[in-house]
Design a protein around this ligand. Structure first.
Ligand code: DCP
Ligand code: MG
Length: 692
């Protein structure tokens, strides 16, 4: 894992074995890191977990190599160009700096563990963890001294700390205490934004002004009130924006606070030495790439290396990185505007008991609904997140015609999404709602013309398509878990499915609570989603394999694909990729490509989509098929838009081809073969049985 010459076959191979468990959480500063590494290494070596970590490491290495190669291609002239681009963007971002708001981020200390200790004082002062021998949700600060931390298998935790006491999870209890804390938060900011059971952002600008007290005094008072109300301690961070407030709340944990003044100099000084990994959204993969390719360790170095960032990354990533370098973050207070999504998820011991899984789903739906109600949110897009026993994370999403909020509605749609994935052995279920009712940039407003439109009206929207294609998803910490469903024809109608490239850069294994990076696919209607899952028979809905149309497309389009967007970030723009693809296509002299040629032509380096940058390893056969189908469907739509007058019969021929595609389409399987054989978590760590 991340092997260095020192460790390969060396005496201490664990030294290069960096898992999520060796990342320090609050209270773990003095931990004997090498001992933790050794124990985890010895207990997991040869297990599926180990293999998974190896895959992750291999992916990171590959990613780093690709980026290094790209880096090496940057000429001096490129650099001066990108420096200008970067300087301009930095100036633009600087103009958005808002120091008028005082934000407080509050985070309960060892929340589940503290709640348990409160109700059972005999646990006080003893190392304890909430969870089971399979998996723990959190550990108290006594246990953290031994290297025990959230999301660690319990038997590894016990090895690290033989005295460790396990207490089973009791969500009712945590929800109860969470509600009490929120009563207090409400006093300071009725529009506070809860991001989980134990965390919230509060705008305390008004309260400080009205009462003539400092932000530090306000934080002290709030923490005291939370303690009086609940008997639990919390920590707080005060800063001009969310991003910084969150970092600050971790600095003096537990039972402490840190105030960063609303002053640009203070912010820049704070940022100058802040390690990038402290930033929410920068996970293991991103950290490695920035560090190993560009030598970026601190936030400030984002600005120093801004030209490289502009040369290598997509617009959205550049903006994120430069904002981090400037210490900028969200400052708006209107929650529904502020929020893009709201989520809730839960880790548990791996199980394939479907009744249990549906029960957990129901609990999460209820919690999500409660949180949405508190913020007056109604959403259209529901995303289900699953983590399998082998630590693969997958997301499935559905976009509904109506906004929903009630737990019944959420559960009903979530159950359909889950049903399509079972049987599976799962260790985490999460639900996220997005596309809120007042989200003007929502799916509804940027709905593409679908292939159905093409078939029925022949009109397409170039703009809409451009809007939905990412210029490049350079950094994706979730690469190995990407699933996609695209371009589906149902009952003779083709339903638009939108591939979304999130800008979040979180590392899924860094925190089970984050609902970060993903590539979600949205289907327009839940009922349709249900139909999609039905077995495809002569009578049942049928899916178009747009790749069946490839030959036709190649013969009829005369290689005049539309080239939009001329921005080039090392061939990552849509325009460039379309061009590259076009060139590869024209090489074939307008003959039909064999399917393996199509594959090679489409997947750059064997795994990266040449059109949008999404990464799908070759083993994801079906997902890759669907992904390319989607792009081909798009192309047809675009071509129709541009060639409608010259090719009046294209529509008709498309319909004929569709009929053939229908007949040829095979039944779609609902999960990959290996998913049906998930190991329980304790078997997952093969060595575990020796240690019980
Ligand atoms: N949690 C979980 N799985 C994780 C992380 C957390 O189930 N991987 C749960 C248990 C935690 C609660 O969420 O008690 C809050 O998470 P935090 O990250 O805030 O962790 P704690 O509150 O336990 O500790 P800290 O003092 O570091 O905030
Ligand atoms: Mg906490």
């Amino acid at each position: 894992m991340g092997e260095t010459s020192e460790s390969v076959g060396g005496a201490r191979p664990w030294q290069s074995y960096h898992t999520v468990y060796t990342n320090a959480k609050a209270g773990m500063d003095g931990v004997d890191k090498e001992k933790v590494q050794r124990v985890i290494y010895e207990m997991s070596k040869g297990s599926k977990y180990f293999e998974n970590e190896e895959r992750r490491e291999a992916f990171i290495r590959q990613k780093v190599e690709i980026m290094r190669t790209r880096c090496a291609m940057i000429t001096a002239m490129d650099m001066s160009h990108y420096q200008m681009v970067a300087d301009k963007r930095i100036l633009e971002l600087e103009t958005t700096r808002d120091l008028s708001k005082i934000w407080l981020h509050v985070d309960m200390d060892a929340f589940y563990a503290a709640a348990e200790t409160l109700e059972n004082p005999s646990l006080k002062g003893k190392p304890m963890a909430v969870g089971s021998i399979s998996m723990i949700s959190t550990a108290n600060y006594e246990a953290r001294k031994f290297g025990v931390r959230a999301a660690m298998p319990g038997f590894i935790a016990r090895k690290l700390c033989p005295e460790l006491i396990f207490v089973p999870i009791d969500f009712k209890k945590y929800t109860y205490y969470s509600a009490l804390t929120r009563k207090v938060f409400w006093i300071y900011d009725p529009n506070f934004m809860a991001t989980s059971l134990d965390e919230a952002y509060l705008d305390i600008t008004e309260v400080c002004k009205e009462r003539g007290i400092s932000s530090g005094e306000t934080a002290e008072e709030l923490r005291r009130r939370v303690y009086e109300e609940t008997g639990l301690t919390c920590s707080a961070g005060v800063a001009p924006n969310h991003l910084l407030a969150k970092v600050c709340s971790d600095i003096n944990k537990p039972n402490g606070q840190f105030v960063l003044p609303n002053d640009q100099m203070a912010v820049m000084a704070f940022i100058s030495s802040l390690p990038i990994r402290k930033i929410g959204g920068i996970g293991k993969v991103t950290e490695h790439i920035l560090r190993d390719v560009l030598g970026i360790h601190t936030c400030e170095e984002m600005l120093q290396k801004s030209a490289f960032l502009c040369a290598l990354f997509s617009h959205s990533s550049i903006d994120f990185f430069l904002s981090v370098g400037l210490g900028l973050g969200k400052t708006c207070s209107s929650q529904s505007k502020l929020r893009k999504s709201i989520s809730n998820e839960r880790t548990f011991s791996a199980t394939n008991n479907e009744q249990l899984l549906y029960q957990k789903l129901a609990d999460i739906a209820k919690m999500l609904s409660n949180d949405m109600e508190k913020e007056g949110l109604h959403g259209r897009t529901l995303t289900l997140k699953l983590k399998t026993a082998s630590f693969e994370v997958r997301t499935r999403a559905v976009s509904l015609q109506k906004c929903i909020c009630s737990s019944q509605d959420i559960l009903s749609h979530a159950s359909k999404l889950l049903e399509a994935e079972l049987p599976l052995t799962l260790r985490l279920i999460g639900l996220r709602m997005s596309q809120f009712n007042d989200d003007k940039c929502g799916l509804a407003d940027r709905m593409q013309k679908t292939l159905m439109n093409f078939v029925t009206s022949g009109v397409s929207s170039e703009k809409a398509m451009g809007d939905n294609i990412s210029i490049g998803s350079d950094v994706d910490d979730n690469h190995h878990i990407f699933y996609t469903k695209t371009g589906l024809l149902i009952d003779g109608q083709i339903h638009h499915l939108d591939i979304k490239h999130s800008n979040d850069l979180g590392d899924p294994s860094n925190s089970n609570r984050s609902f970060d990076t993903e590539h979600s696919i949205f289907c327009n209607n839940a009922c349709e989603m249900e139909k999609i899952r039905e077995p495809l028979s002569n009578k049942s809905p049928t899916k178009v394999a747009a790749s069946n149309l490839i030959g036709y497309v190649l013969q009829s389009q005369e290689s005049e694909m539309v080239e939009s967007q001329s921005v080039s970030l090392f061939g990552q723009s849509k325009g460039n990729n379309m061009k590259g693809w076009k060139e590869r296509v024209s090489l074939t002299d307008k003959t039909i490509l064999s399917s393996s040629q199509q594959e090679q032509s489409f997947w750059v380096d064997g795994y990266k989509c040449s059109l949008c940058g999404v990464e799908l390893p070759p083993s994801f056969v079906e997902e890759r098929q669907e992904h390319s189908d989607y792009h081909f469907a798009e192309m047809i739509q675009k071509m129709e838009s541009d060639h409608n007058s010259r090719y009046p019969s294209l529509k008709q021929r498309f319909i004929c081809k569709t009929q053939i595609a229908k007949e040829n389409r095979h039944k779609k399987q609902k999960s990959s073969p290996k998913d049906g054989k998930q190991l329980p978590i304790d078997l997952y760590f093969v060595k575990s049985s020796q240690n019980f």
